[in-house]
Design a protein around this ligand. Sequence first.
Ligand code: C5P
Length: 263
Amino acid sequence: MRPEERIWIALDVPGLEYAMPIVRQTRDFVGGYKIGKELFTAEGPRAVEAIKHIGGKVFLDLKYHDIPTTVAKAGVAAARLGVEMFNVHTASGTEMMQMTMAAVIPYRKRPKVLGVTVLTSLKDKDLDQIMGLAEAERSFFNREHVVVTRAKDAQGYGLDGVVCSAKELRAVRKVCGWDFLTMVPGTRSPGAAAHDQKNIETPEYAIANGADYLVIGRQVTEASDVLEELEKIKQEVWQGTKKRFAKDLRRVRAVDFDLVHGW
Ligand code: C5P
């Protein structure tokens, strides 16, 4: 994969009149575009169609969280729209994941389905509250544990990957291996404004630690020179890729060593 194909721009804008100039300018320099709740609620499916019409790929980030039949039918609608990827919330349960995959698999060139594990805005204590624990039982849930368990379920029920933060990549890779997609938001180049993102990591760090794709919004969309910003990120992705392959090489050598020594 070319470094630029790992970069997905979050089109967090109120309408196509804002989105399309960005798409036209960047089409040849990114993997694709994330359409989230704001743009989709404002414009509907025509947002997907407009981007596809000029050759852009779309990740539909609507985080479907509902009963199995409803999510499966929404998945079919996304497949018909021709999006490259869409996501579901793993908290809707394993039956939902199973039914959604069964519904989209018959589609030729079906979209990749990613699972949202735990929203990064949630801390351990928020998970306790969501799970309905009483005050005395609080601090039972651990974020990383829930993320990894849900990622493993997602993989077990046939999803193609998960959305996770850069900090969770190692744990997810350890449990799910490398043949499982990871889409990572919340990264920023060194020196770039963090906006409202907390705990940010750099694109280089995320790629080196196993991110397949990065979702980056405002660092690019609000840049004075959008293409210059993308070039900067591309170079970081390339550095991260080199680090990742160096790690892979060390892993392979360690396995060879084990084999040679009969371990
Ligand atoms: O502008 P910025 O790069 O911060 O945008 C990141 C995008 O990734 C936004 O669309 C945001 O909704 C999304 N996202 C995130 N953190 C998550 C999940 C999604 O920032 N944990």
